[in-house]
Design a protein around this ligand. Structure first.
Ligand code: ZN
Length: 495
């Protein structure tokens, strides 16, 4: 190993450890923190964030990373250097003053957004959002090498992703998905479906989701399950990947599906080759590939009619809920014209993302005015989902992402579903997928994911990984086929 690679790895390990300390503070804030502890926690977290920034900007480290002769490196070492450059790109390319300016601008962002949302008053959010659009445009100018500014922001969250790809694989789905939605909603099965009724105690749901974790081989000696208002996964170490869920006493689906989703993220992190721990290749390679793993478990497994046949007796037994298989499948594969992205089903989800993608690219690339956002939002909702939110709280103000200036983050959510369908297509050539699910034996499925995806961590970029695993570049055709096949059977209609 070249000595400069060793220096890079030693230095990166400190960044990685600091990031995990920050993750622990965040986890604790979401799971345990007493109300009066929030100010102190804010100061602790921002100190660690500052230390991380300083580590990235260290002159010796930057020089090593910039000047290393990659021609003399092995393929894996090259991947380490490229990944470090990618992870540090924001710090290495954007002037320090600008990074600090954005950090200070977003200090109170959550509060401003939460107030505006609570009061249903978009006008209170306009000034902050306008400043954030402007600073992100400036940041993009340092990252884009003279190219497309929005592409430069997308690349921060999903390496290699461009607006052109978003249009090809997400926006192109719209006419078909809007038609599927229409047909499903007008089907007689849809009109006669039964709503979820009854009360499901948290104790019983707790037992059910723990059973799910066991079935998925999520190892509780390398993680834990807690409760938080927004479920999430956090990696504190290669052997400590924690998840959270939330319970709704009137709807058993919330805890069940969010636990499966987060466990899907955790299994990915727990499956990365141990040799990559504390290196730039640790953890999942990108947001979209991560989301492909969580959504694979949530949708392709957890909502699969064959798997629901296996789960039904456990649900009856543990929750004391009497329901037939057909209704159970319909409840877990409900389709609706919802206003809220986080509550959207797998069929309408890409439409919510497409709307955000179009608005973001208009803001960053085409000079759209922040003041016009509510109108743009509602027009697109009407066009793609056929509904207009009754207020901005359930419309343009629903997500926190823009309050942090995270433009370019949303598309990776939708890509997760699309990647998942393409991975599943490849997996089904080798495994009797539905047969395994009917018996509840998901171990071969996990083993397949481990061998083909998880163990590589950040070794291959998303576009390399999808080709390596499936033999083709990313395409939305498998996702459309999957939706068509699944929903036409469930709703007994021709899609
Ligand atoms: Zn997720």
């Amino acid at each position: 190993m070249q000595s400069s690679i060793k220096t890079i790895l030693d230095w990166y390990k400190e960044i990685s450890l600091l990031e995990k300390v920050r993750a622990l503070l965040d986890w604790d804030m979401n799971v345990n923190l007493p109300k009066n502890g929030s100010q102190g926690r804010g100061e602790q977290s921002s100190l660690i964030a500052q230390l991380v920034t300083e580590r990235w900007l260290d002159k010796k480290f930057v020089a090593q990373l910039t000047n290393i002769d990659i021609s003399a490196l092995s393929a894996e070492e090259k991947a380490i250097v490229q990944s470090a450059k990618r992870l540090g790109k924001y710090y290495l390319r954007v002037p320090r003053e600008l990074i600090l300016k954005k950090a200070s601008m977003t200090t109170n962002a959550f509060m401003i957004w939460a107030e505006a949302k609570k009061n249903n008053n978009f006008a209170d959010f306009v000034s902050l959002l306008t400043s954030l659009v402007s600073i992100d445009k400036e940041i993009a100018s340092y990252l884009s090498d003279g190219g497309d500014p929005y592409d430069a922001l997308l690349d921060l969250y999903e390496p290699g992703l461009s607006g052109k790809t978003c249009k090809q694989v997400i926006c192109s789905l719209q006419p078909t998905l809007s038609t599927f939605l229409e047909k499903i909603i007008s089907s007689s099965v849809y009109k006669n479906k039964k709503p979820v009724t009854g009360v499901f105690t948290i104790e019983k749901q707790h037992e059910l989701v723990h059973l799910m974790l066991k079935k998925m081989s999520y190892d509780l000696s390398s993680g834990c399950l807690h409760t938080s208002s927004h479920p999430f996964t956090t990696t504190l170490d290669r052997h400590d990947v924690r998840i959270t869920t939330r319970y709704n006493e009137h709807d058993y689906r919330e805890a069940l599906t969010s636990t499966i989703h987060e466990a899907g993220h955790a299994l990915y992190e727990l499956g990365v080759d141990e040799r990559y721990s504390y290196t730039p290749l640790e953890g999942g390679v990108s947001m979209a590939i991560h989301e492909s793993q969580s959504r694979f478990w949530e949708n392709q497994v957890g909502r699969n009619p064959a798997y629901l046949l296996h789960l039904l007796p456990f649900v009856k037994d543990i929750l004391g809920y009497t329901i037939d298989h057909k209704s159970f499948v319909l409840q877990l594969n409900d389709v609706k014209r919802s206003f809220i992205r986080t509550e959207a089903d797998e069929l309408t989800y890409p439409l919510h993302i497409m709307l955000r993608f179009e608005i973001e690219s208009e803001l960053i690339n085409e000079g759209a005015s922040v003041r016009d956002l509510p109108q743009m939002w509602n027009e697109k909702m009407k066009k793609y989902l056929g509904v207009i939110p009754p207020n901005d709280r359930e419309g343009v103000l629903q997500d926190v992402h823009w309050a942090y200036g995270a433009f370019g983050y949303f598309p990776s959510y939708a890509l997760g579903n699309i990647y998942a369908a393409q991975f599943a297509f490849a997996m089904k050539k080798e495994l009797n997928f539905d047969g395994l699910l009917q018996t509840g034996d998901t171990q071969p499925i996990l083993d397949w994911l481990r061998v083909h995806i998880h163990r590589y961590g950040g070794r291959y970029l998303p576009e390399e990984l999808i080709k390596k695993v499936t033999g083709s570049p990313l395409t939305s055709s498998h996702y459309l086929e999957y939706l068509k096949d699944k929903y036409s059977k469930i709703y007994e209609t021709t899609l």
